[in-house]
Design a protein around this ligand. Sequence first.
Ligand code: SAH
Length: 213
Amino acid sequence: MVDNFKHKGKRNQLVELLRDKGIVDDRVLAAIGKVPRHLFLDSSFEDHAYQNKAFPIGAEQTISHPYTVAYQSQLLDIQPGDKVLEIGTGSGYQTAVLLEMGAKVFTIERQKELFDVTKVLLSKMRYNPSYIGFGDGYKGLSMYGPFDKIIVTAGAPFIPNPLLKQLKVHGTLIIPIGVKEQEMTTIFRVSETEFEKLEFGSFKFVPMLEDKN
Ligand code: SAH
């Protein structure tokens, strides 16, 4: 698991690219500047790991574009100590970025194959989520809720009710909603009963799966 000056140089270039593309949260940029993205990918992608691209990670899934990871992290306005539920652990890259930002991360993944690999990888890299599990994001993680922030990293056809229930008052859920394309959407919990929805433009995610098949 080598992370050398070449990787660091490319990472700095990626940070500058994200800054140019409008990411302004220095804590997000600092985290992207630290997490060795190439170690979350198959070694055949090593040379390309710091491009703003998605890559296959197995089980027909992809690691998100760095811009998407940065954009979602910025919208979540992560504060150190925030309890964050992540739906779709995937490669673990977004998990690592959230951990670098000082969040307590609870993360679940629907594909057993990815869950098994990523759990080991994160621990080898000394990234320690508060919880990492094989489970269904549509149900959330009620045993560990409520959460300050919830991030969904797959395209959801609708907003799963359990996620709204597991959000603290004054907490934020970020969820890309849509089937072919997704509208980046945040839901802010104003009170026990009121939620405020904002939209932030179109993105492309792999689908949030409803049934395991
Ligand atoms: N954050 C990841 C993104 C991976 S893509 C990364 O940076 O690598 C989205 C992930 O969501 C995939 O791994 C997919 O298997 C997972 N996923 C899809 N539907 C899900 C569900 N219902 N519950 C949990 N995870 C799900």
